[in-house]
Design a protein around this ligand. Structure first.
Ligand code: ATP
Length: 315
């Protein structure tokens, strides 16, 4: 990787857009106190994906935005663009921008990417925000006094295997996540096993219920048919009995009519053979008895007309 240019806008003391050309052979920046040497180095580390505000001498990440002076108002955003060529010689332009209240966003060659992608791009090229290749003020003494572990990190960085370490950490994280997912899946499958057994039981019961329902429907249909058949034959028998009864009624009516006719004939012949008075008395007594049988009051038998007739008979 070759870094060729650094552009800053609104980053710390670089309120106006400023460009630092990193020409071949440039190994350090010197200048008077407070001129912004450290800010430049911090801008390089920031655009490479630095996540610790403390290592940028800030309380929070938004503190890297120009905070304003007595004569200039503060800015709302800061942007740093680092351009050069990648590990394979291709053009590379990395942009990091921060806005107040909105956080940081990264772009690599005009494409929005995650902070991790940017860190990996630089780690693959054996550099990055924590690369020992970027030496800030007072760091030389730190390197000399570094512990063996820290020195090992520097050597690994210089050997270009830092990217592999990042990838290994990523892979280990993914492996842990996958293992946790697998454990969850096993739990889920165990739970589903018992659910499957319960569902199988329910399915069997449903099957049995359906078969029994079919059987029940068939039995009910047969029962209804048998009842209908019994009712139909009972109705047929009742019809035949009614016809017979009607026949008997007709025969009885005819016999009654014959009997009445012969009775009328007999009574008219009885009256004809009696003397006149006896016949009238006989008729009256018959009429009276008919009246009594019909439920009329006896007094009506003694009505004036009958009294006259009776007087005639006796006188
Ligand atoms: P030294 O050699 O003393 O360490 P330096 O050259 O490294 O100085 P820097 O520390 O990079 O200089 O810059 C310090 C200047 O940057 C100070 O003047 C400080 O006021 C200014 N500065 C830092 N942060 C901001 C900010 N967020 N907004 C405005 N100015 C800032």
């Amino acid at each position: 990787m070759e870094l060729r240019q650094l552009r800053l806008s609104g980053f710390k003391s670089f309120v106006e857009p400023a460009t630092l050309r990193i020409e071949p052979g440039l190994t350090g920046v010197v200048g008077p106190n407070g001129c912004g040497k450290s800010n430049l180095l911090e801008a390089i580390r920031w655009v490479m994906g630095e996540t610790s505000p403390k290592s940028l001498r800030s309380g929070g990440m938004e503190d890297v935005i120009f905070a304003g002076t007595a004569t200039r108002p503060p800015r709302d955003f800061a942007e740093v663009v680092l351009s050069g060529s990648g590990a394979g010689g291709e053009e590379l332009e990395v942009v990091r921008r921060i806005e107040r209240g909105a956080g940081s966003a990264y772009r690599v060659n005009g494409r929005d990417v995650r902070a991790r992608d940017v860190a990996l791009t630089f780690a693959d090229a054996a550099t990055g925000a924590h690369s020992p290749a970027l030496v800030s003020q007072g760091r030389i003494a730190q390197v000399i006094a570094a512990k063996p572990e820290e020195r090992r990190m520097m050597l690994e960085e210089a050997a270009g295997i830092a990217g592999l370490h990042v990838r290994r950490r990523d892979a280990e994280g993914k492996l842990r996540q996958t293992e946790a997912n697998l454990a969850r899946l096993e739990d889920l499958m165990a739970g589903m096993g018992s659910q499957i057994a319960a569902l199988r039981r329910q399915a069997k019961q449903a099957e049995r219920y359906r078969a029994l329902s079919d059987e029940l429907r068939g039995a009910e249909a047969r029962l209804v048919f048998a009842r209908w058949r019994d009712a139909a034959s009972a109705a047929e028998a009742a019809r035949a009995a009614a016809a017979l009864a009607e026949e008997e009624v007709r025969a009885a009516q005819a016999a009654a009519a014959d009997a009445q006719a012969s009775q009328r004939r007999a009574s008219s012949s009885t009256a004809a053979t009696m003397p006149a008075r006896t016949a009238i008395a006989w008729r009256l007594s018959r009429r009276s008895s008919r009246r009594q049988n019909s439920g009329l009051p006896i007094s009506s038998v003694n009505a004036p007309g009958w009294k006259k007739i009776a007087a005639k008979l006796t006188g």
